[in-house]
Ligand binder design. Structure first.
Ligand code: URA
Length: 244
């Protein structure tokens, strides 16, 4: 169930204030009855909502870009911790789930959607979708460490035949230091293994002190979003994600 004003706002027919006015003027009906109240709850999958006599069909797929804050888990449900879904207040979250996982203490770009095909496309190990992380480190990595990261490191994973499953070659870019004087690199990886960045840095004798994902495939973290904030993806972003 979803509030009628929220339902209507999905159709870009005006601001909240304008929607209130539309309702007040009796231009909207739900299952044949004029609906005047913005806080009326409608079932977006079974109720028939009309505006000026035209049926509004509800968007089947919904796509959100969130700047995940630290301290929130990338899950749909969790017994004790807040989840990323808890941050999408008032949205229709039916079947919406995060596209992949960030550790609880990792910040940054996370896509949430109910489009299973897109999730599969972005997470499929075969596709090697690029992920870019801003990595704040205990110490500046030297040339040897960078060379190792860029050719593939042993993070303890094994293949089925028992041989070492090295990470795919990554790309390292020096990004100076953060305000606390810690070394920062931009690390591009093409897989999504468990704790991958932290384990990669450990394998070269370093330690991640702070981690933020700033890009996934063609999609960059929106600088306007503070940690905990989100927005819907634009049609253009959705189409780029689906075709890139
Ligand atoms: N690698 C990590 O170690 N942690 C994350 O959250 C994402 C990538």
């Amino acid at each position: 169930m979803i509030r009628l004003d929220k339902f209507l706002s999905e159709f870009n027919i005006g601001t909240r204030k304008q929607i209130k006015e539309i309702l007040k003027n009796g231009r909207c009906s739900v299952n044949g009855l004029v609906a005047l109240r913005p806080d009326l709850h409608v079932d977006e999958n079974s109720d028939t909502v009309k505006l000026d006599g035209e049926v509004l069909s509800y968007k089947k797929f919904r796509y959100y870009l969130i700047n995940k804050p630290a301290g929130v888990v990338s899950a749909t449900r969790d017994g004790k911790n807040r989840t990323v879904l808890d941050l999408l207040d008032g949205e229709n979250l039916r079947d919406v789930s995060p596209c992949g996982r960030l550790d609880a203490d990792t910040e940054g770009l996370l896509i949430l959607t109910n489009d299973g095909e897109l999730i599969h496309r972005l997470l499929s190990p075969k596709r090697h979708v690029d992920k870019v992380y801003e990595v704040h480190l205990e110490k500046e990595p030297d040339d040897i460490a960078i060379q190792k990261l860029e050719s593939g490191v042993d993070i303890g994973d094994l293949r089925e035949d028992g041989s070492k499953d090295l990470t795919l070659p990554a790309h390292v870019e020096n990004a100076g230091t953060d305000p606390d004087g810690r070394a920062v690199i931009l690390l591009t990886i093409h897989e999504g293994r468990f704790h991958q960045v932290k384990r990669m840095m450990e394998s070269v004798g370093n330690k991640v002190l702070f981690l933020r994902r700033i890009q996934m495939g063609p999609l960059k973290l929106d600088e306007e979003l503070l940690p905990g904030q989100y927005r819907e993806l634009t049609d253009e972003e959705i189409s780029i994600l689906k075709t890139s």
